[in-house]
Design a protein around this ligand. Structure first.
Ligand code: 2P0
Length: 364
C-alpha cells in the first residue's frame, strides 16, 4: 500500500498528554545544497553523512489546549533549560507552515526541551540536528494519535518530509550513514520532498569515515542559510552550478561505491570550494574563509601529496574545516592534526567526529 506521507486526516480527538524524546545527529554535506525554489525544494540533489557525537536531544510534551481563542500555535521552547524566544518564533513559523499537512499542531499545547552535545558557538549547524530531532518527535506523536507510519520506512520518510520544511539539510539527518536528498535521474527513489538512505551501496572503507572538525572560529555565521540560498536566485553561475552538482553526485556515488578515495577527494574538495566561490561571487558577496582556513586546506593537500595518506577536506557555510579520512588512516591523521593543524584552530579546539548510525528514540 502506498501511504500518503504529505497529509494527515484530521480524524481523531486530541488524546491524553503525551511525551516523546529523540536524539538526532547533525550531518556534513559532501555534495552541497545551495539554492532552492518554491517551498523548500532544492535546486540540486545533495549527499551527506550523519555524524556520531554531534547531535540534538529533544523532548516534546503535549497536552490538549486548555485556553480557547489563544494563539494558533501554543508553544514553549527551552534550550538548555532556559526559555528561548528566538527559537520559539522559528518553530512557531515552521508549525504554522505545517498546519495543512499536520492539523493536530493547533490542537495541543507544546512544551519542547532541547539541548545540543556540541557548543552553540562551535560552528556546527544545529538546525539539521535540531529540526530533525523535533520532526522525529512530531512523527512519533502522529503515530500515537493516528496509528500511522507503522512501517519503519514510512515513519522515517514522514519525519524527513517534516524536517525538510523546517530546514532543508535537516531532512538528511533522519538516517544514519550516507543520505541523498533531491531528485536525481540516476538514483532510484530519490525525491525533492524527503531524503533517502544510500548506505547499503557504500564501500566498507567509506562506511566509517572520520570527520575531524577544525574550529577556526566560533563566531556566528555572517550569512544565514536563508540569505545564502536566496543569493543563488540571481547568481550568474546558478544554472551551471546545478548541472555540475548533479554530475558531481553521480561521480561521487560511484567513487564511494568503489572505494576510490582519490576520486572522492577531488569531488568533495571541489564541492566545498565551489560553495565558497559561489558565496564570494554573489551580489552581495561573502568571504567566510579565514587565513587559518586556507592554511589548513594547504596543509591537508600537501600532506596527502607527500605521504599518500587518504585525507581530504570539506567546508560548511563557515570558516571551519572538516578533515575527512577513513578508519584505516586514523593513527597517521591524528598525528598530522596534532603536529600540523591544531595550532590554526581557535584555542586549539577541534571536534573528533565520524559517521554515525542515525537518530535514536530515548526510552522514557
Ligand atoms: C548543505 N548547507 O548541503 C549546505 C552546504 C550549508 C552549506 O544546507 O534554509 O540550513 O534551512 O533550508 O539547510 C544550510 O542550509 O537551509 C545548508 P534552509 P539549511 O548542508
Amino acid at each position: 500500500m502506498n501511504v500518503n506521507i504529505t497529509s494527515l486526516p484530521y480524524s481523531k480527538k486530541a488524546p491524553v498528554p503525551m511525551i516523546t524524546r529523540w536524539k538526532s545527529p547533525s550531518n556534513i554535506a559532501l555534495v552541497k545544497y545551495w539554492g532552492k525554489r518554491d517551498h523548500q525544494i532544492p535546486q540540486n540533489s545533495s549527499l551527506s553523512f550523519s555524524l556520531n557525537t554531534s547531535f540534538t536531544d529533544t523532548q516534546v510534551s503535549v497536552r490538549p489546549k486548555t485556553e480557547k481563542g489563544g494563539d494558533l500555535i501554543a508553544l514553549k521552547l527551552y534550550l538548555d533549560e532556559v526559555r528561548n524566544p528566538k527559537f520559539e518564533d522559528k518553530i512557531v513559523t515552521w508549525f504554522k507552515q505545517l498546519i495543512t499537512d499536520a492539523p493536530y499542531l493547533s490542537q495541543f499545547e507544546w512544551e519542547i526541551k532541547t539541548s545540543n552535545t556540541f557548543p552553540h558557538s562551535s560552528g556546527i549547524a544545529s538546525s539539521a540536528s535540531g529540526m530533525s530531532a523535533l520532526a522525529l518527535c512530531l512523527t512519533d506523536i502522529e503515530y500515537k494519535v493516528y496509528g500511522k507510519w507503522d512501517k519503519t520506512e514510512d515513519f522515517y520518510r514522514r519525519a524527513s518530509y517534516l524536517a525538510r520544511l523546517g530546514s532543508g539539510s535537516a531532512c538528511r539527518s533522519v538516517y544514519g550513514g550516507y543520505t541523498v536528498w533531491g531528485k536525481h535521474d540516476a538514483i532510484a527513489g530519490s525525491s525533492d520532498l524527503y531524503a533517502l538512505s544510500v548506505s547499503k551501496y557504500i564501500h566498507p572503507d567509506f562506511a566509517s569515515m572520520h570527520d575531524a572538525i577544525m574550529i577556526v572560529s566560533r563566531s556566528e555565521k555572517s550569512v544565514s542559510s536563508r540569505a545564502g540560498h536566496s543569493l543563488m536566485n540571481s547568481h550568474p553561475f546558478a544554472s551551471q552550478r546545478y548541472l555540475q552538482a548533479q554530475q558531481n553526485m553521480e561521480n561521487l556515488l560511484n567513487f564511494i561505491q568503489n572505494g576510490d578515495f582519490e576520486g572522492f577527494a577531488e569531488i568533495v574538495e571541489n564541492e566545498a570550494l565551489t560553495l565558497h566561490s559561489l558565496m564570494m561571487s554573489s551580489v552581495q558577496s561573502f568571504i567566510l574563509l579565514q587565513p587559518n582556513s586556507l592554511e589548513i586546506i594547504h596543509r591537508i593537500r600537501n600532506y596527502r601529496k607527500r605521504t599518500g595518506v587518504p585525507v581530504c577536506f570539506t567546508i560548511d557555510a563557515g570558516p571551519n574545516i572538516h578533515v575527512l579520512y577513513p578508519e584505516k588512516a586514523r593513527e597517521e591523521v591524528l598525528s598530522f592534526i596534532q603536529n600540523e593543524l591544531i595550532e590554526f584552530c581557535d584555542q586549539q579546539y577541534w571536534i573528533d567526529d565520524k559517521t554515525g548510525t542515525g537518530p535514536s528514540k530515548v526510552i522514557l
